[in-house]
Design a protein around this ligand. Structure first.
Ligand code: GLP
Length: 243
């Protein structure tokens, strides 16, 4: 693991965007695995700035997002499809036909998970996977479990995650209870992984991810076994690792 501990959220966002930009410059048709949540928003803002400054080009970039809530239409303002358009895609020269995200409206989980795994395979796999982390150590929507999940699957969200994400919805009851997510196999097959984390609320999860045993109870702990992981986290998120 290459761990960069930086001062604050802004420094985390700048550093993460540099790593993604380097990937895009070295391979203009890179497959980027993208993430949602509040943490990567600043990273996307930095990428938009680099695009506007002519440093990076999205015209050949292909993307596969980690996850999507079940039951939300792509134009629902809390769907991850909407998040990606408003926080990145609408502001850069990406071809929307090259962007991929699980379809939360497909009822038949088996069908949608098979389709999404095939999409990732057809892309030739992910070159660089961006990840946030949940307070409980989840990545994508791979919640703490008894075993590491394989490919794309449908998952029932934990109370912890529903509560953490309720701030984005009118009420906790409005948070979808299920989601589609890439599995741990999809994530671990990425050629490189970039995990971003900010704030005290992530300190416990970061400690367990980096220093704890590798266990499906802390899904991000599996990253210890990947040979090409960057962690970019601010001092607050790293406060338990660096104490
Ligand atoms: C959601 C997403 C995750 C994300 C996590 C943390 O549950 N599915 O991909 O990492 O939230 O979000 P935040 O960055 O807002 O703390």
């Amino acid at each position: 693991m290459r761990i960069y501990t930086v001062k604050d959220y802004d420094a985390m966002s700048a550093k993460a965007a540099e790593i993604i930009a380097a990937q895009m410059i070295s391979k203009p048709n890179s497959v980027l695995g993208l993430a949602t949540g509040s943490t990567p928003i600043g990273t996307y803002q930095n990428l938009i700035k680099k695009y506007n400054d002519g440093i990076i080009d999205f015209s050949e970039i292909r993307t596969a997002n980690l996850d999507e809530y079940k039951g939300l239409t792509p134009d629902h303002d809390q769907s991850y499809a909407y998040f990606m358009r408003t926080n990145l895609f609408d502001h850069v020269n990406i071809d929307m036909a090259n962007t991929n995200i699980p379809n939360g409206l497909v009822e038949d989980a088996e069908e949608e998970c098979k389709r999404y795994d095939a999409v990732i395979d057809a892309l030739g796999g992910v070159d660089l996977q961006l990840l946030g982390i949940g307070n409980n150590g989840h990545i994508g929507f791979n919640e703490p479990a008894e075993a590491f999940a394989n490919g794309t699957h449908s998952i029932k969200l934990t109370d912890n995650t529903i509560e953490a994400n309720a701030r984005f919805f009118a009420s906790k009851d409005d948070v979808p209870k299920y989601a589609y997510t890439m599995g741990i196999r999809n994530i671990m097959q990425a050629k490189a992984i970039l995990l971003v984390a900010s704030g005290e609320a992530k300190a416990d999860a970061m400690y367990k991810t980096i220093c704890g045993p590798i266990t499906p109870e802390v899904p991000a702990s599996i990253l210890q076994l990947h040979s090409n992981v960057f962690i970019v986290a601010d001092e607050a998120a790293m406060s338990k690792v660096n104490k």
